[in-house]
Design a protein around this ligand. Structure first.
Ligand SMILES: CC(C)(COP(=O)(O)OP(=O)(O)OC[C@H]1O[C@@H](n2cnc3c(N)ncnc32)[C@H](O)[C@@H]1OP(=O)(O)O)[C@@H](O)C(=O)NCCC(=O)NCCS
Length: 179
């Protein structure tokens, strides 16, 4: 990547409580692109756009979740969700989970994913979380490197985490304590 082009890119991260029409269109577009590129979601095939809209509008209705988005020159280019446990789960009330953390292929390499993790950690600490956790398919090597570089520790493996095109895929489990 040309450095001059890179310097002109402005990155930003924030947590969204509502989604504007433009942001919704961006989220649907980058979700399609991430699915096509092979990861970050449970979806293996691109669903109809109405399903994607429903999905994202539903995410901001879940009050125990935070939707973190990463922007490149103002447009949403990545997203991540922080999930907290429901109030009945007192034993795990100080644990948050990072889910569906991804950046659109054209926006990778600018630091958006790292910035979204930093914000997820900040929000988790503000909400009295003591540990932040996640799981990843073994095939997501960039994400594995990313989270390990950010100090997440692998504590386990599920040999039957997913089945994709007939292949059994392992899943890795990570935690990072925030104490
Ligand atoms: C993983 C992902 C989020 C990284 O996004 P990004 O915006 O390019 O990441 P950043 O620019 O913030 O950070 C780059 C870091 O990610 C890791 N990384 C990114 N691409 C990598 C690659 N091809 N190989 C190894 N590590 C890689 C490195 O740790 C890198 O740090 P470095 O530049 O200091 O070496 C992106 O590749 C993606 O969306 N992948 C598919 C979705 C996914 O796997 N999500 C995980 C589900 S929880």
């Amino acid at each position: 990547m040309n450095n001059v082009v890179k310097e002109n890119m402005k990155i930003g991260v924030e947590s969204l409580e509502t989604i504007s029409k433009t942001d919704l269109a961006d989220l649907c577009n980058i979700t399609e692109q991430a699915i096509k590129a092979g990861g970050g979601f449970g979806w293996l095939n691109i669903p109809p756009v109405e399903s994607l809209k429903k999905y994202w509008n539903g995410i901001v209705l879940i009050k125990s979740n935070f939707l973190v988005v990463g922007r490149l020159n103002g447009s949403i280019a990545g997203a991540s969700q922080i999930a907290f446990n429901p109030p009945n789960n007192e034993a795990q009330k100080n644990i948050s989970k990072i889910q569906t953390h991804f950046v659109a292929p054209w926006a990778r390499g600018y630091g958006l994913a790292k910035a979204m993790i930093d914000l997820a950690i900040e929000i988790s600490k503000e909400n009295n979380m003591k540990s932040i956790q996640l799981d990843i398919r073994e095939t997501q090597s960039a994400a594995i490197q990313l989270f390990e570089n950010k100090g997440f520790i692998k504590w386990g493996t599920n040999p039957s985490y997913a089945f994709i095109n007939g292949s059994r895929i392992k899943g890795y489990y990570y935690y990072k304590d925030l104490l």
